[in-house]
Write a protein that binds this ligand. Sequence first.
Ligand SMILES: [Fe+2]
Ligand SMILES: [Fe+2]
Length: 502
Amino acid sequence: MINITKIFKTPKMKMPHSRKIDLWKGSDFVRIIFFFVLHTVILWALFLLGGLVNVDFDVSAFWDKLSSSGMVSTVGYGTCAIISMSICVFMYFFFENRNFIKSGKNVNLIYIIFELSIVVNFLTGHYVSVYARPFALCGLLALGLVNRRAGVFMSSIITILTLIFDVFAIGASSDGINAIAPVFIGFTTSLIAVYVALESSRSRMRFLATGAIISLITFVFAAFIEYDTFLSKEFWKIIIYGAFSGMMAVVMDMAALPIFEWTFNLVTDFRLAELSNYNSKLLKKMYEEAPGTFTHCSYVAMLAEQCASAIGENAVLARACALYHDVGKLEQPEFFTENQKSKNLHNEITPEVSVDIIRSHTKNGVKIIKKNRLPQIFADVAEQHHGTMVIRYFYAQAQKFYENDLDAAKFSYPGPKPKTKIAAIIMIADGAEAKARSLKDRSSAAVDQAVKEIIEERVNADQFSDCDLTTFDIAVIRETLTKGITGIHHDRIAYPPLKIGK
Ligand SMILES: [Fe+2]
Ligand SMILES: [Fe+2]
């Protein structure tokens, strides 16, 4: 049974990774406008192709129609409408999500969603029925791959584009209410779908609920519009098409999402869930080759997830990033304390060589993450999670060898410092988890003191100046970590030796 209160529960807002807005240079405008023009031309070509589909690919009939009176202005209207839509799309993303469209890859993503949706809508309308169109597909894809705002906006644009294709595509037969009513139904169902199918926590049950709600609305609207054919064969056909449209939108969304994720290397909750599974390739490798690092990453992931949730960041993303933050240690796992069983290999080399090995795990992490085509944000966190902190242990070791003042930079991580709140959370959780392991007293007060020291050390080393972590966030993170770490290392009563039977 579908729980209606759960469906309409207000979703937790997914916070942006960073509030910093990149400045655009002239070359950025040229590059991005090129992609917009390219895709406007593709949409226009599809529009003409729609005309060809309407005459069943009869080229001579197509030319006859094109040269008939009034057709030039019809094509002109359609062309102007497509260009206007592209301008609206550019304006929306430029003012609402400028960082997102700075990448040509993301402009391609937006337009491929439009192009796929318009082709599917047009062909379904032409060959099956206008009521069978999986109208919500565009909004659902935008919701899953960009965000909910984009889902709402792109639903509006696809509605207008479909209307343009229906009314202006050369020789289109639809007119009046026959053209507008199905598009209106599509628009309503798309918007409802975008709000019902949440950005986060999208389960199979929620997908099913979304499909069912779209189908129900399409069914009610179609029944009203087609009331003059009530209970006729035609009427039942429309009802079935209505039910088909909602489910098709959801099924096509589920099928297309992984293809988009893979092609554009995108981070969605589904992909994050897959990558956070302990059976995924790299985590399995870490478990086998660096079990200590694997355990450490698992603890940091749990703590980072709690901290992210506490300060309103994306908890699923924080958990996944934390699981991979030390993946670079896979290059030389035996040089990291958590994987050493008996001998310490650093006793056989100089502190300088040790430092080189230790700090290389951030860059090696980036290399491994890129090689395995994991999301860019994983690489960013792997690179930033130690910032420019001094590797204290080996710096102290080197001080024993050399009497002169040492250059701290030579014993520090290369950076950069954390650029996002998630990277900053993982930096703190990483240090706190490691420090808690060395504590003999793991009472709440002792853990809190250790967490406080870790935070102070990083604040004093100016590690959070490149991200927008606030003092309030830091206080919440401290409290969350203390609670989380105390929970992990809770005391257990010693079990008495037990003899069962004789
Ligand atoms: Fe690390
Ligand atoms: Fe770590």
